[in-house]
Each structure stands twice: as structure tokens, then as C-alpha cells.
Write a protein that binds this ligand. Structure first.
Ligand code: FEO
Length: 395
């Protein structure tokens, strides 16, 4: 039995996915994940908040069985993505009197994604409430964290915020509450933020402000542990979404015959000499989680690549694309490249990063192995980064 009591008549009834290692076939899950679902028994009505990923449907059903749930009146759907909504059709089958409570946008998406009849829905608006008797649910629209239809549900009497993906983390744990002595609490929340929420930073900041003003006693997301000290997770995210950057250069590099590696190694030393922090990732073997997480705080990214068929190495292409879509708060970017004949590397990388807010510093290109002029150019780039970091007040 994995049912965990949060408060009187409020339980966590979701599923733990210990072995999952990738989400959407792109997001690494080094520590697995969970799909949290919550049951609230009011004096008159019972509500289930979100469901679980369909492959763990039996875990949810068995938890409901353990709690001897005979009737569910409302299934609250905070988000249409199937890792939370996928078992709604099964719950409707088992509890035919249940209605799906959600906003208009989410209802339409659920109808698109799942076999749910339109007459099963109750549509709610922002700040609308729903009484369960002695407990009251309030719905808060929170678009684009991370889909357009996302909303939060607030259990007013218990001051519990069910925030769905927002403030979640991909961490499989048998603990109900975040154990602050477990370093994974911090890392998995950061990895989750960068991969799921960072591209929506503006919307995220708005929703975070809304949550801070609400001042809940407990934040119960749909992935990872529940927070009984919400200020911990709120403050971490405030730091991540702030405009502050670290005096740090990310060196994402790949090399085929050693020429690019030689330039990167030299450049790394030049940066360290200037007291600039370096995080260096060989794109051929780097841990994807650590590489992605590094994008949250750094001021500068330098991508180093050899030419392959006139463009950047495919590993560098992927890194540039990923950086572009994740929209980190970098201030500066540049390219180091080696080539044997014509190269469109710089234009290609710039196009893939596609962020007009980052200042692109003069790249360093070497035809063949690095020569004296190449090393001079690398020193010039290191000097320029030092100057820029000083101007930012971070060095
Ligand atoms: Fe956890 Fe956006 O689904």
C-alpha cells in the first residue's frame, strides 16, 4: 500500500515509477519519477485530483481500493497531459457517477487526447470554487506552466495547493514530504525546472508570484515529493528565474581529430587564469542531466566543434538547438571551431540558438590545427569574456 495521509481526509494515492529513465523520449530521469494523485473526502463529496500515467493504472486503483473508496464525485483535471490524465477514462468506468472538473481549454484537450464523452465534464473558471461539504476547492488558471490549459487546485480549509507539474520534480521516493537532507531534492527540482519550465520563464514567474501571495501551508505537485515547507521550493525557483547569472563559462565541446580539443583545453586554462568559472562538457560523452542543468545559472556559453560536411558536428548541432529552445538566461555566447575547407558553422549555430538577447562574441575559427593566430584569438576571446563579466558585476 502506497497511500500516504497528508491531512484529515486528504491522501496521496498516486504511483511511484522507480525505473523510468526517460520522459517523452527526451528528458532524462536519473532518479525515476512519480505521478501524484490526491484523494479528498469532504463531508458530502469526494474528489480525486489528477490520475497517473496509464502504465501504472493498477497502482492508483489499488490505492483507492485500500482506502475503500466506493464513490468519486469529481475528478479534478489540472492538466491534460497523459501522465496525469491518462487514467481518467478508467476512473470514469469504475466510478460512473464521477464528473471531470476542469477549465474549458483543458476539457477540449482532454476530448482530443482521450475517449471521454463531453457530457462528463463540469467546466470551471478562474477562482471558481467547488464545495465538498466541509472542504472547498478553488481553481486557479495558470496557463503555460507548461501547457496552455494548466491550472492549480487549492484546498482552502487545509491550505494545500495542488500545483500539478508546477514546482514538481522527477524523483521516485517513498517519502511523502521532501527530505531536505537528500541532495536529490535540490538537483531533481533544478533539472525539472530547466527541462520543463525554463522555456516558459515569464509565465512561470507570474505563477510563482501568485503562489507566494496565496501562502499555502503545503504544496503538493504531481511529480516528486510534497513540500510541507513551501518556502524552500519557492525560494529556489525565485533564484533560478531571477536575472542573476554566475561568473561561469559553459564549454560545450566535441572533437574528431584533436584540433578542437586542443583549442578548448587552451581556452579553459585562459579562463581559469582570469578567475572565471568553467563547466566543461564533452558532448560525445557528457551526462545529459548535468549538461542541461548547467544552463540555469551561467553567464556565457562557448560551443566548440569541428566541421562536418561544412556544418557543425551533429552533437554540437543538437546542443545548440537544445540551448535555443530551453531559453536559458545566458548573457553571452560564442563559437570555437576548426575546419579543413569552407564552413558555415557560425551561422548555423547562431541560427539554432536563435536568441536575440544573447550577445554573440567574436568566434574563433581555425583552418586546420591551431596556429599562433588561433591562440591569440582565444586569448582575445577570454579577455573579452573577462571584460563582459566585469561589466556585469559578476567578476
Ligand atoms: Fe507531468 Fe506535463 O505532465
Amino acid at each position: 500500500m502506497r497511500v500516504k495521509k497528508i491531512n484529515d481526509n486528504v491522501w496521496s494515492v498516486g504511483a511511484i515509477d522507480w525505473d523510468r529513465r526517460i520522459f517523452d523520449e527526451i528528458v532524462p530521469l536519473p532518479d525515476g519519477t512519480s505521478y501524484n494523485s490526491y484523494l479528498i473526502r469532504g463531508s458530502e463529496k469526494t474528489a480525486l485530483i489528477d490520475t497517473v500515467d496509464p502504465h501504472l493504472e493498477n497502482d492508483l486503483l489499488s490505492n483507492l481500493n485500500d482506502l475503500k473508496v466506493k464513490k468519486i464525485d469529481y475528478i479534478i483535471s489540472n492538466h491534460a497531459e497523459q501522465d496525469h490524465s491518462g487514467v481518467i477514462p478508467t476512473i470514469l468506468e469504475k466510478y460512473p457517477e464521477a464528473k471531470v472538473v476542469t477549465n474549458e481549454k483543458c476539457k477540449n484537450m482532454l476530448i482530443d487526447l482521450l475517449p471521454i464523452n463531453e457530457n462528463k465534464f463540469i467546466v470551471v473558471n478562474d477562482r471558481e470554487t467547488l464545495s465538498l461539504g466541509d472542504k472547498t476547492l478553488e481553481f486557479m488558471l495558470a496557463p503555460w506552466v507548461h501547457w496552455p490549459e494548466t491550472m492549480f487546485t487549492y484546498l482552502k480549509e487545509d491550505k494545500i495547493l495542488f500545483s500539478c507539474d508546477f514546482l514538481g520534480s522527477h524523483l521516485a521516493t517513498s517519502d511523502l514530504y521532501a527530505d531536505f537532507n537528500d541532495f536529490r531534492i535540490y538537483e531533481d527540482a533544478k533539472l525539472y525546472y530547466v527541462e520543463i519550465m525554463m522555456p516558459f520563464k515569464r509565465f512561470f514567474a507570474k505563477a510563482l508570484d501568485q503562489v507566494e501571495k496565496l501562502n499555502p501551508s503545503i504544496i503538493a505537485p504531481s511529480h516528486g515529493p510534497v513540500y510541507d515547507k513551501p518556502e524552500f521550493i519557492i525560494n529556489l525557483h525565485k533564484q533560478w528565474i531571477s536575472d542573476e547569472v554566475k561568473n561561469e563559462v559553459l564549454l560545450f565541446w566535441v572533437s574528431m581529430h584533436g584540433s578542437t580539443k586542443e583549442m578548448v583545453d587552451f581556452f579553459e586554462k585562459e579562463l581559469i587564469k582570469r578567475n572565471i568559472g568553467v563547466k566543461k562538457f564533452n558532448l560525445a560523452s557528457a551526462d545529459a542531466s548535468r549538461l542541461t542543468m548547467s544552463l540555469v545559472d551561467a553567464a556565457t556559453l562557448v560551443l566548440a566543434t569541428p566541421a562536418v560536411l561544412g556544418g557543425a558536428h551533429p552533437a554540437a548541432v543538437y546542443a545548440a538547438y537544445l540551448t535555443g529552445v530551453l531559453k536559458p538566461k545566458l548573457k553571452f555566447a560564442s563559437v570555437i571551431a576548426s575546419y579543413s575547407w569552407g564552413s558555415k558553422i557560425v551561422d548555423q549555430i547562431k541560427g539554432l540558438m536563435n536568441n536575440p538577447k544573447w550577445e554573440i562574441l567574436e568566434p574563433v575559427l581555425s583552418k586546420g590545427i591551431a596556429k599562433k593566430e588561433t591562440y591569440d584569438d582565444l586569448v582575445r576571446l577570454a579577455d573579452e569574456i573577462e571584460k563582459k563579466h566585469k561589466a556585469e558585476g559578476i567578476l
